[in-house]
Design a protein around this ligand. Structure first.
Ligand code: NAX
Length: 330
């Protein structure tokens, strides 16, 4: 019997990730067949009409689990009573734009949306996908009043999935046999996909794949640059895989993490783990208790080269934070 209800706000709903995500959110796949989903779609004023078209298609799917779908062009209305806010909308990088230009042009979106989170449910969880997602999450968090910082995360689940898929292919095993895959740091080309602590069929990945240079010369650059490779091949950025990872990300927080496992997501560093500076949204290995709390897995060992990579990606995040420092206080 359908009884529970979850309100999910999705920004950038008319974009490509939105189009791949919304039907799966509505279908019961994530929240279960006993939960009705209310979708609250946010778009720019120019994008609302397209979101309304998607809303019509959602109705036409006749999902038993879809409670309702509404479209808005103001975050205050879209976030009203939301239990989950999935921040996907942002402007794409234009021709000739540097990463710092992108950060500056998208930053203000997350100031306004951060403030509008005051309209959400008091137990709201916020997931930032729109790039640069770590720094956008930091901006939203800083502008969100008294919402606890532990409610905010940025998505590195796609990078984790990409890394698991590459290890599985190389080892010729199903992807389900690859576990303990950590993405450290920024969702950018400085991220560190940590093969040192990964397992393949419960064995260290480095014992299953014995060709050591492959990890540094092929695996790491492949994962770091996978987004660009997809744009090059498809002519558009990753969308269905990003939407799928967004579901994985939310699911990882919703359910208790199985014993001995962890997942990757970017959360606020308190300065107490792996020498990552306080105040960055940094991707760590996490465990969830399935009741809204998570902890950083603290016991991983890294080689000197791995530790250098953790520092490098932290430095990039500090530089990004510098670029938006005027947006970090409400
Ligand atoms: P699209 O350009 O297809 O869609 C973005 C949508 O956001 C557009 O419909 C636009 O009108 C809307 N939008 C822009 N500003 C808005 C605002 N202020 N309020 C509400 N909506 C707004 O991009 P798409 O391919 O869907 O990608 C969305 C974002 O995800 C991009 O920033 C992209 O870089 C990022 N990604 C993040 C990934 C991750 O792993 N964290 C991977 C995939 C993706 O690259």
């Amino acid at each position: 019997m359908t009884q529970k209800r979850v309100n999910v706000a999705v920004t950038g709903a008319a974009g490509q990730i939105g189009y791949s995500l919304l039907f799966r959110l509505a279908s019961g796949e994530l929240f279960g067949n006993d939960t009705k989903v209310r979708l609250q779609l946010l778009e720019t004023p120019q994008g609302v009409r397209a979101a309304e078209g998607t809303a019509m298609e959602l109705d036409d799917c006749a999902f038993n689990t879809l409670d309702s779908v509404d479209c808005f062009d103001s975050p205050e209305s879209a976030f009203e009573g939301a239990h989950w806010v999935l921040m996907i909308g942002s402007m794409p990088r234009g021709p000739g734009m540097e990463r710092s230009d992108l950060i500056r042009s998208n930053g203000p979106i997350f100031v306004g949306q951060g403030k509008a989170l005051s309209r959400a449910d008091r137990d709201v969880r916020i997931v930032v996908v729109g790039n640069p997602c770590n720094t956008n999450a930091l901006i939203a968090l800083n502008n969100a009043g008294d919402i606890p910082s532990s409610r905010f995360s940025a998505m590195t689940a796609l990078d984790e999935n990409r890394a698991r898929a590459q290890l599985a292919k190389k080892a010729s095993v199903p992807v389900s046999r690859v576990s303990r895959m950590t993405i450290w740091g920024n969702h950018s080309t400085t991220m560190y996909p940590d093969y040192e602590n990964a397992l393949i069929s419960d064995q260290p990945a480095t014992q299953v794949i014995t060709e050591q240079p492959w990890f540094d010369e092929t695996f790491i650059p492949c994962v770091q640059k996978r987004g660009a490779a997809i744009i090059e091949a498809r002519g558009k950025s990753s969308a269905a895989s990003a939407a799928s990872a967004c579901l994985d990300h939310v699911r990882n927080f919703l359910r208790p993490t199985p014993a001995g496992q962890w997942f990757s997501a970017a959360v606020l560093s308190d300065g107490q783990h792996y020498d990552v500076p306080k105040g960055l949204i940094y991707s760590f290995p996490l465990r969830s208790d399935g009741r809204g709390n998570y902890e950083i897995v603290d016991s991983l060992r890294l080689s000197a080269s791995g530790q250098d990579k953790l520092r490098l990606t932290a430095q990039e995040l500090m530089q990004e934070r510098d670029v938006v420092k005027d947006l970090l206080k409400s």
